[in-house]
Design a protein around this ligand. Structure first.
Ligand code: PHE
Length: 338
């Protein structure tokens, strides 16, 4: 009977404290089991009876002690496990914010540009950042010792290789590879030996565009440029076309964009209210010849869009140096908002 009571009590005990209470209840100085001996009148017991009572009482004590010990062990494991858990998971530590990555703003603009041009039937080509001197200069009509080379001072590598100064370096390769008719853009990174300020970087992005076919004229060039800019800026933009000199186009133009920061009155980003954005022109006959194309039959246009500058306009970034800064605070601003 006592055994069953004890087991029932132990079964519901979940803490060291409550088991200790049970131990006292049964085995303490005034405990139920301890009292059994005290409350028994041995005078009526025979010698035999005393002996067997003593033995049973002892067995009962041993049983109770063992059961209580087991219960202690069981709860001790539980409690120390719980303590460990609390130590491992410190619920008072402030949460850590896991910031989302984002696409680089130039990549965003580049992808948008690719989509717009793909919509006009242009292919998007990869092109090398390390170029031959021939492709970067000679093939596009900038011979050695030509003063135009000074416009694009670059980083020279060994074996007449250079870090390309512009994506135009891929023009002749494209003509040789694809022939005519051809419509392609080739976005990518370019390098110049440049002193750095809010609008000049030694490492920047451009996208070249090239279209060569029969009867391609300045009208086609302007049409494509207008489509491009109105799609990128999602509104009517003011542009101007003025003559520009580049050895590989004839005639050559500078397409300027009315500054969006100051509305065209002049500021530290634009200077005089206009931002030089797209140098362009009709492909020079000698470039076509280097590309194996007959300039009497074919003509084309080329442009060199400043992707970095376009990203500045698009996102209102006033200092070009942010792009390569590696400063997370800059990039975070382009992360998707959840
Ligand atoms: N490659 C020229 C530059 O980087 C830009 C350009 C490209 C001009 C195509 C005309 C035609 O300055």
């Amino acid at each position: 009977m006592t055994k069953q009571l004890l087991l029932a009590d132990l079964e519901t005990a979940a803490t060291m404290e409550s088991i200790e209470q049970i131990r006292i209840k049964y085995l303490g100085r005034k405990g139920l089991i301890t009292n059994l001996a005290k409350e028994t009148d041995f005078s009526k017991f025979s010698q035999e009876e005393k002996k067997s009572f003593g033995q049973k009482l002892n067995e009962l004590k041993i049983f109770a002690t063992e059961q209580i010990e087991k219960a202690f062990e069981r709860v001790k494991d539980l409690e120390s496990g719980a303590v460990k858990m609390v130590r491992l998971v410190d619920l008072t530590v402030p949460g850590s914010v896991r910031s989302l990555g984002s696409m680089h703003p130039i990549t965003m603009v580049q992808l948008e540009l690719e989509q717009i041009f793909e919509g006009m039937g242009f292919a998007v080509l990869d092109s090398p950042e390390i170029e031959t001197e021939f492709n970067n200069f000679e093939a596009i009509n900038i011979p050695k010792d030509h003063p135009a080379r000074d416009m694009q001072d670059t980083f020279w590598l060994k074996n007449d290789l250079v870090l390309r100064t512009h994506t135009s370096a891929n023009q002749v390769r494209t003509l040789l590879r694809f022939g005519v008719p051809v419509r392609a853009i080739f976005p990518g990174r370019c390098f110049r030996y440049e002193s750095i300020d809010p609008s000049h970087e030694n490492t920047f992005y451009q996208s070249e565009g090239l279209m060569v076919d029969e009867n391609v004229s300045v009208a086609n060039l302007i049409g494509v440029m207008k489509t491009l800019l109105s799609e990128i800026f999602r509104r009517d933009v003011k542009v101007r076309l003025r003559p520009g000199f580049f050895p590989f186009v004839e005639p050559g133009f500078e397409l300027d964009l009315n500054c969006m920061f100051c509305g065209g009155v002049g500021c530290s980003t634009c200077g005089d209210g206009w931002i030089e954005l797209i140098p362009c022109g009709l492909v020079h006959p000698s470039v076509l010849e280097f590309g194996g194309i007959d300039p009497k039959r074919y003509s084309g246009f080329a442009f060199g869009l400043g992707l970095t500058r376009l990203a500045m306009m698009r996102f209102g970034i006033r200092d070009i140096r942010h792009f390569n800064s590696g400063d997370v605070r800059f990039y975070e601003q382009f992360a998707p908002i959840l």
